[in-house]
Design a protein around this ligand. Structure first.
Ligand SMILES: [Mg+2]
Length: 171
């Protein structure tokens, strides 16, 4: 079996990602960052860790396929909540081209895995690597690159997805 690689990193850069990869981003604390807009207002806001230009560069110049795979509990309401956030940050189009109406999004139970999906935005609890394999099964082989802030996910991806390049994002 092809060996996977695990690395601890602080940023997401283009040179970490091979051409034509499938790139999997975790959502909370990986692609979505929470910060306060001003200390006096104490108002929290959400930001994207990478720019839209960066995602466009990965898709258009590097020919990558982009995924968000979150460990949030799989439910129709759960995927809706993630989509509200990706919409708010203007990121949805980089991950899915179609939009299904609320409550009708693809929901799959297979073995121990359960996921809800809109395009390449997937919520599946902690079976992320198993679900990724299931979703790309039968498709052309491409390098798999994973970014996640939780070590358990990095360990699982590196064990379960052969040859994957797994980046553990730390603050
Ligand atoms: Mg996270």
């Amino acid at each position: 079996m092809q060996q996977s690689t695990r690395k601890v990193v602080r940023t997401i850069e283009s040179n970490m990602i091979p051409t034509s990869s499938r790139v999997v981003f975790d959502w909370d604390k990986t692609l979505k960052i929470i910060g306060s807009t001003s200390s006096s207002e104490k108002k929290t806001n959400i930001f994207s860790r990478v720019t839209k230009n960066f995602l466009a560069h990965l898709k258009e110049e590097k020919g990558c396929e982009l995924f968000i795979i979150s460990a949030r509990k799989p439910s129709q309401m759960g995927i809706e909540t993630v989509l509200i956030e990706t919409d708010r940050l203007g990121l949805t189009d980089y991950f899915c081209s179609t939009r299904t109406v609320f409550g009708k999004r693809e929901e799959v139970r297979k073995g121990d895995s359960h996921w809800v999906r809109e395009g390449n935005i997937i919520i599946c609890d902690y079976n992320k690597a198993e679900v990724f394999n299931a979703v790309v099964e039968g498709k052309e082989e491409r390098p798999a690159v994973i970014f996640d802030d939780e070590e358990v996910n990095i360990v699982n991806f590196s064990k379960i997805v052969p040859g994957s390049l797994c980046y553990h994002l730390v603050a």
